[in-house]
Design a protein around this ligand. Structure first.
Ligand code: ADP
Length: 277
């Protein structure tokens, strides 16, 4: 695209979608809100959200996790939660405690069979419930597992909730990277600070010690430098990250001293520094 064409396209976007100041809501009982997003599904957004939450808790913070992925809530399964949240007054929901985290999920409220067409219009009311009717108890960091993509759901969340920082999860693959660019633009337009990118499934090391770059090399790193955004970390493919998620026992909880858990700790340290500044 020439510079002239790029300017024309930017002016056009500014006209149809001006950078507006939205009235954003805080969530009661929460100090900082971190949104975990991804340009597309299947890149490991929920896996990263759950394990980051555990890593932050291991740094002695009070942590909550809110699964707002209306299209495929997976936090209950990844954390092995099958019960429903309780309510003492029939209105306000008490988050479920597991692994010392306070957890709430759209998956607790809707059955797996609820069709997506109903879920779409539920976005606004879901946000209201999560912002007004959950009794979060003195949470330092709330990790929100966002719906994938840059559709209505993510846009509404970004406009209505006062998110302190967003993290974009991607694989190094070209096709995933294209969607990351859209995500960056959307957060910029809704005035959400981007904390950085986490590249997931960076490489796989086979038993003979050889590192294989299955989804390509450094895609996340390159896009981070192109948009002048931090690359917060690169998480390799590890069979137990998948297995433990399936079994409802998060990797970072079970393998505290593993190299991969240390990567999650490093990322958590960076996040706390970025948010406390
Ligand atoms: P998303 O939330 O982006 O849809 P998930 O977190 O559900 O993605 O991950 C998709 C699948 O990939 C899951 O089966 C998960 O266990 C697996 N997975 C995610 N990250 C890794 C990883 N680094 N190594 C191995 N498996 C992973």
């Amino acid at each position: 695209m020439t510079e002239k064409e790029a300017n024309l396209s930017k002016n056009f976007m500014d006209q149809i979608s001006p950078k507006t100041q939205f009235k954003k809501n805080k969530i009661n009982g929460i100090k900082k809100i971190i949104a975990i997003s991804s340009g597309k599904g299947g890149v490991g957004k929920s896996t990263i959200a759950v394990n980051l939450a555990i890593a932050l808790k291991n740094l002695k913070y009070n942590v909550g996790i809110l699964d707002a992925d209306i299209y495929g809530p997976s936090v209950p399964k990844m954390m092995g939660i099958s019960e429903k949240p309780k309510s003492e007054d029939g209105v306000n929901l008490i988050p479920i405690k597991k692994f010392d985290l306070q957890c709430m999920s759209i998956g607790f409220m809707v059955s797996e069979e609820t069709p997506m067409i109903w879920r779409g219009p539920m976005v606004a009311s879901t946000i209201k419930t999560f912002t007004n009717k959950v009794l979060w108890d003195n949470v330092d960091f709330l990790i929100i597992d966002m719906p994938p993509g840059t559709g209505d759901a993510l846009l509404t969340f970004s406009q209505e909730i006062d998110i302190d920082g967003a993290i974009i999860v991607t694989t190094p693959q070209d096709i995933a990277i294209i969607d990351v660019k859209r995500g960056i633009e959307m957060f910029k337009r809704t005035n959400v600070k981007i904390l950085g990118i986490i590249e997931n499934m960076t490489s796989f090391t086979s038993d003979d010690g050889v590192e294989h770059f299955i989804f390509g090399k450094d895609g996340g790193k390159n896009i981070a430098s192109k948009f002048n955004i931090d690359l917060l970390g690169q998480i390799p493919i590890n069979i137990n990250l998948r297995k433990n998620s399936d079994e409802g026992s998060p990797f970072v909880d079970q393998f505290k001293d593993h190299q991969v858990s240390k990567l999650f700790l490093e990322i958590s340290n960076k996040i706390t520094k970025l948010l406390n500044n």
